[in-house]
Design a binder for this molecule. Structure first.
Ligand SMILES: Cc1cc2nc3c(=O)[nH]c(=O)nc-3n(C[C@H](O)[C@H](O)[C@H](O)COP(=O)(O)OP(=O)(O)OC[C@H]3O[C@@H](n4cnc5c(N)ncnc54)[C@H](O)[C@@H]3O)c2cc1C
Length: 433
């Protein structure tokens, strides 16, 4: 079986940027044979949140390459040039393209790597391939849509699988009920609820806010309840000094800080990324509620300081027991559909690596995002998007992608040149004997 130098799991922005970094390293004489496996049938970036009017929350200059190599073929500016839209884009006078356009840019970049990416295959596990006492390679098992299992061998692995929907405990018993769905599936699922009269949106972040506005425009009479524990919706702080936490050198600062200090930094800046929609969006939502007051007719409700104590599947809808945290009073409300804009967790990679757990002490990563392993474990495993605790808040975003992938590709190249020179030394000494 062919042995790859590197297999990447997932082909979202992180691994597309890695594919580019590896491609550009070939120009300096370093060749690593890489392959990527993506579970979606073709490239798509958060397809179910591709809402009208949704914009990037990061400057287009933080694309797949510019921060590392502004002269790359793969810059957003070159994409615009290739599509004959550069001048029109300039006239838009924005740093924040629509999410639809950025998806098109990512798809354009991804298409350059069709020859080394298998779409429609979900990686299900990664197994150790032993040589004596040593684990020398990894066996990556994936399953395609026809349920056929594929196996590939590799010397190194980069796991970039993004987030996994976070479902609050009180909704876990409703798994499989089509009336309750996560924002991750929003556009696909909402199409099944065209006759809904009452919809709950649970959450306080960018997705909850975008979905509230989308539902407001999508339906003429449907009532939307926006439910959150918070007292108000706070805007994301993207002012310049705060934004410095997303600079690439801040990664060093966070990584080199003692563990306690790191969590203090994360807490201090938590609201730059979580439960913090754009100010413009907040103003739009406020205006919807204001216009209701003007009209003297309440359609939607802003249920702030409310928690869902219980959610039960009933024939007539999903019944919530809602607690008002200000009064401690409970009330029962029934919804035709429930959207959980409750965020993502980022530890799903652990289930893929389960068979390898004996080779890791804990799942700490080094500065180059490589999982620390025991001496007898030779393959290198890198994580993208799962290192927020050690590398800072930019880890789950696009901000440092261009630079992070160059650090990982450099680490991969260094590894291979080390093992090649070790092999050469061994061959020389055995020839001398
Ligand atoms: C709606 C939305 C909007 C966002 N907007 C911004 C923004 O404007 N700016 C910003 O900086 N960040 C934004 N983010 C954050 C987002 O995490 C990054 O933009 C970016 O998508 C991270 O890229 P990634 O490749 O690490 O993860 P993802 O984009 O999530 O890609 C992971 C890929 O791995 C695939 N995959 C998962 N599991 C497997 C498996 N087992 N086998 C094979 N393939 C698998 C998935 O199908 C997916 O294609 C947004 C997030 C969301 C949800």
């Amino acid at each position: 079986m062919k042995i790859y130098d590197l297999i990447g799991i997932g082909f979202g922005p992180s691994n597309i940027a890695l594919a580019i970094a590896l491609e550009e390293q070939k120009q300096t004489g370093h060749h690593a044979e890489s392959f990527f496996i993506e579970k979606q049938p073709s490239f798509a970036w958060h397809a179910n949140m591709m809402l009208d009017n949704a914009h990037m929350q990061v400057s287009f200059l933080k694309d797949l390459v510019t921060m590392r190599n502004p002269a790359s073929h793969f810059t957003f500016i070159n994409y615009l040039h290739q599509k004959n839209r550069l001048q029109d884009f300039i006239n838009l006078k924005t740093f924040f393209p629509s999410r639809r356009e950025f998806n098109d840019y990512l798809a354009w970049a991804a298409a350059h790597f069709d020859h080394c990416c298998a779409y429609g295959e979900e990686v299900i596990e990664v197994l150790p391939e032993k040589k004596g006492d040593e684990v020398s390679l990894l066996r990556v098992r994936s399953r395609d849509n026809a349920q056929t299992v594929h196996e590939r061998l590799t010397r190194s692995l980069v796991i970039s699988i993004g987030g996994h929907p976070r479902i609050p405990d009180c909704f876990s018993s409703l798994k499989g009920d089509a009336r309750v769905f996560h924002s991750n599936n929003y556009l696909k699922e909402i199409a099944q609820h065209t006759h809904a009269q009452k919809i709950a949106v649970v959450g306080a972040g960018q997705s909850a806010s975008e979905i509230f506005m989308d539902l407001h425009h999508r339906f003429d009479t449907t009532q939307i309840d926006l439910i959150m524990r918070a007292r108000s919706i706070k805007p994301s702080d993207d002012s310049p000094f705060v934004n410095e936490i997303f600079n690439t050198d801040f990664t060093d600062y966070v990584f080199n800080s003692p563990e306690q200090e790191r969590s203090k930094i994360l807490n201090e800046f938590w609201h730059t990324n979580y439960a913090a929609p754009d100010l413009v969006l907040i103003e739009q939502i406020f205006n919807v509620f204001y216009q209701q007051k003007v009209a003297g007719a309440e359609r939607h409700r802003f249920l702030r300081r409310h928690v869902v104590k219980k959610a039960l599947a009933q024939p007539k809808g999903i019944q919530f027991i809602l607690q008002d945290l200000n009064t401690n009073k409970e009330r029962i409300v029934t919804y035709d559909a429930v959207v959980l804009a409750t965020g993502y967790h980022r530890d799903h990679y652990k289930s893929l690596l389960n068979p390898l757990m004996p080779y890791f002490n804990d799942l700490k990563v080094d500065r180059q995002y490589r999982v620390c392993s025991t001496l007898h474990f030779k393959p290198a495993i890198f994580l993208q998007g799962a290192c927020e605790a050690s590398h800072g808040l930019s880890d789950t975003l696009l901000s440092v992608t261009a630079v992070r992938t160059s650090e990982i590709s450099q680490a991969v190249i260094n590894l291979f040149s080390q093992s090649k020179s070790l092999q050469a030394k061994r061959t020389m000494s055995s020839a001398l004997v």
